[in-house]
Write a protein that binds this ligand. Structure first.
Ligand SMILES: [Zn+2]
Length: 113
């Protein structure tokens, strides 16, 4: 928990305590409970978006002789050649995860034999 979060939670706790002391009416208490429930629910939902599946290590070159690693979008058909790999998570296109395919590389030049 960051220090900014601690400060915010502390201010929230002081505010709640002050309101509970000042207001002895049930409406305020119900409103505070609803507010806290909404706040906690929102934090729980958006915490998942804050965690990214980032790189698992330094990026490494993809070297496979005779094949190209290609990420393909199965919705629109776009294809991306993977040259350096920094994570195991596939990129997304058309809101879907792209599919990794191995495509044979075309022959380069004419062999002397
Ligand atoms: Zn696409």
């Amino acid at each position: 928990m960051s220090s900014r979060t601690k400060v915010l939670l502390g201010l929230l706790a002081v505010g709640v305590a002050a309101l509970l002391v000042l207001a002895r009416q049930g409406d305020v208490l119900v409103a505070l409970i609803i507010g806290v429930v909404v706040l906690l629910t929102g934090r729980a939902v958006f915490r998942g978006y804050n965690v990214t599946k980032g790189p698992i290590g330094p990026p490494e070159d993809v070297v496979e002789s005779g094949t190209l690693l290609v990420f393909a979008c199965e919705v629109c058909g776009e294809q991306l050649v993977l040259l350096r790999k920094g994570t195991d998570v596939p990129p997304r296109h058309c809101a879907e995860a792209m599919v990794l395919r191995r495509i044979p590389t075309p022959e380069r030049g004419v062999s002397p034999n």
